[in-house]
Write a protein that binds this ligand. Sequence first.
Ligand SMILES: NC(=O)c1ccc[n+]([C@@H]2O[C@H](COP(=O)([O-])OP(=O)(O)OC[C@H]3O[C@@H](n4cnc5c(N)ncnc54)[C@H](O)[C@@H]3O)[C@@H](O)[C@H]2O)c1
Length: 258
Amino acid sequence: MALADPGLGPRLAGRAAIVTGAARGQGEAIARLFVQHGAGVVMGDILDEELHRAAQSIGAGAVPVHLDVTDETAWAGAVARCESEFGGVDVLVNNAGVVAVGTVAQTPLVEYRRVVEVNQVGCFLGMKAVVAAMRRRGGGSIVNTSSVAGLQGGAGVIAYTASKWAVRGMTRAAAVELGGDGIRVNSIHPGIIDTPMINGPEFASVDRSAHVASLPAGRIGQPGDVAWMALFLASTESSYCTGSEFVVDGGSTCGARR
Ligand SMILES: NC(=O)c1ccc[n+]([C@@H]2O[C@H](COP(=O)([O-])OP(=O)(O)OC[C@H]3O[C@@H](n4cnc5c(N)ncnc54)[C@H](O)[C@@H]3O)[C@@H](O)[C@H]2O)c1
């Protein structure tokens, strides 16, 4: 049987998406690429100034909305805005996230809960918020951002690791629950990507040059590397993919060059 040629035109023409954590980093890159491919995008974040600047630079098709992903009421507002601006919700990218450095023995409970609240509870609330809207459209695609930290264990990031494994588990559970509604749910697992997150004070003392040199890809990842994967998962080109894990890590989980 011949495969249908999807063509090389815009992958998301006429589609409506919500991207969280879209003020900068990977979220901004995803929103930009989605708009370039014809989508209308509600960009959610808590960094209002950066968010508005990012949306303005993307231009028509990008709508900035203040969205704290831990706030269920704010989620309802974002979904309503996406429906009123773009006629529905076809795609959700749960990208917002925070990192905290600390071992099991050192991490204060309040810090552990803060990371889980944003990365894990925020992802749950996002999925919960869009289900009814996606059912009204007859289906959709949810893309959850985990990490290579959601595939393996690593020292000194206990809260982050726990939250990213939770995202991976929730993705599978939701994929099973929502498959009958035509809603696909997948997770992305980035390795080291050059964004403000890894250039923050938490990692100031870390020399990452040796790690980057050891990667099979031999370079640090860029936000666009993750955006292309998100575009694939948002589009119908991935229509037979659900409940799966998509690794964008320059080969880091595969092994070191030396
Ligand atoms: N950069 C990496 O190396 C890397 C690797 C693996 C996974 N990730 C994951 O990718 C995602 C994007 O990270 P990034 O590297 O672009 O980081 P980033 O810090 O540049 O961007 C994260 C965005 O999330 C927003 N955010 C934080 N808390 C929020 C909240 N409560 N509500 C709404 N928005 C909130 C921030 O304001 C920020 O704009 C995160 O989930 C992160 O854990 C990043």
